[in-house]
Design a protein around this ligand. Structure first.
Ligand SMILES: [Fe+2]
Ligand SMILES: [Fe+2]
Length: 362
């Protein structure tokens, strides 16, 4: 029942001076320091000047009651343990006091030992609660620190990924435009065609990542035109059979340029380059593949590429009006185009038309 170090000062609040003195002497004899207050207001003043570990208060005093004081201290001084020392032997009052956070309830007249045991208990319980509280706040702080560290790393990682993706995409755009430069197709064709690919992929209920991959990868569909001589690529009139055969090599060339990479994006791009001129019924090039022998991404790209070719002006031809273009697309159902993908494309025609307007040739 010895006090715990220096942090065991006790405030005695009682309107009866003799009782205050009695308690003070008792506590002092057992090594405690103390302060005295004759009512709740004095107790408040004392609490401002001095840190008390325990406040033992009478119930009935002039001014605010002991219960009021305990309630107030609980909020303003949560580290102080409070006890009630009262002449009122009333279980409901005792209950109320304990309920609002008092650590003990002693009925007058009391035995000296009762006071000492209660004070020692209150101090012990207070120490445990303080430890508990600081442990908890240390833990909370730790969790906050770790969480914010984690969020920072995630944000950093996302930023790096975004930058990487952006630089990758820019490289791809520049490369694709370089290839198209030699042709009468424009940068706008690449943009429109690749967005259409994204729209169809979205309609296939694919993930946002896959949609993005398709949008970026399809930009490289004609990259192989880099390997086609100008005399054929830029020939104003119709191509001879041999010339057409050379021209058709752009699919294989693109496939070789983009292939063999570890990057998923380039692999998809390589597959699109190879298969975007294949037709569902097997009459396309370069391999004459049929149905699902043609990579899914190539079947998507074929729809997007042909639709944009139909609905854009080229040096040698005018754009076909939308209605007529859709008619031609429908005629290609299960011949040129995968019927299911064509249906998804036609089902997304509103979005396609919006994209067409957004990326119209300047
Ligand atoms: Fe092509
Ligand atoms: Fe194209």
């Amino acid at each position: 029942m010895r006090p715990n170090g220096s942090d065991s000062s006790i405030l005695i609040v009682d309107d009866e001076e003799p009782l205050r003195r009695l308690l003070a002497r008792l506590l002092e004899r057992h090594g405690y320091t103390y302060g005295l207050a004759g009512d709740a207001q004095e107790a408040r003043n004392q609490m401002k000047d001095h840190e008390y570990a325990v406040v033992m208060t009478d119930m009935n005093m002039p001014g605010d009651s002991g219960l009021d004081l305990i309630m107030e201290l609980k909020t303003d001084y949560p580290n102080a343990a409070t006890m009630m020392v009262t002449g009122m032997d009333d279980p409901s009052l005792a209950n109320a006091a304990l309920e609002i956070g008092a650590y003990g309830y002693i009925i007058k007249p009391f035995e000296a030992n009762e006071i000492l045991i209660n004070v020692a208990n209150a101090l012990r319980r207070r120490t445990l609660e303080l430890e508990n509280r600081s442990h908890r706040s240390r833990l909370e702080q730790m969790v906050r620190d770790r969480t914010s560290e984690l969020w920072n790393s995630v944000a950093q990682l996302e930023q790096i990924q975004k930058e990487l993706r952006a630089s990758q995409e820019e490289t791809i755009q520049r490369l694709s435009i370089a290839a198209e430069f030699r042709d009468d197709e424009t940068a706008r064709h690449i943009q429109r065609m690749s967005h259409y690919c994204g729209t169809i992929t979205k309609a296939m209920q694919e993930s946002a990542d896959r949609v993005d991959t398709m949008r970026v990868a399809s930009q490289m569909h004609d990259v192989g035109k880099i390997g086609i001589p100008d005399s054929i690529l830029r020939k104003p009139g119709a191509l001879t059979r041999d010339e057409r055969a050379v021209m058709q090599r752009h699919a294989d060339i693109g496939h070789r340029i983009l292939g063999g990479s570890k990057s998923e994006l380039l692999l998809v791009a390589s597959s699109i380059a190879l298969t975007h001129h294949e037709k569902f019924d097997g009459t396309g090039y370069p391999r004459g593949l049929k149905r699902d022998e043609i990579a899914l991404e190539g079947r998507v790209a074929a729809i997007a590429d042909v639709f944009d070719a139909l609905t854009s002006n080229r040096v040698y031809k005018r754009a076909v009006p939308l209605g007529a273009a859709l008619e031609i697309m429908r005629e290609g159902r299960a011949k040129h185009f995968d019927p299911e993908l064509l249906d998804l494309f036609l089902g997304s025609i509103d979005e396609i038309v919006t994209l067409k307007a957004d990326f119209a040739d300047g």
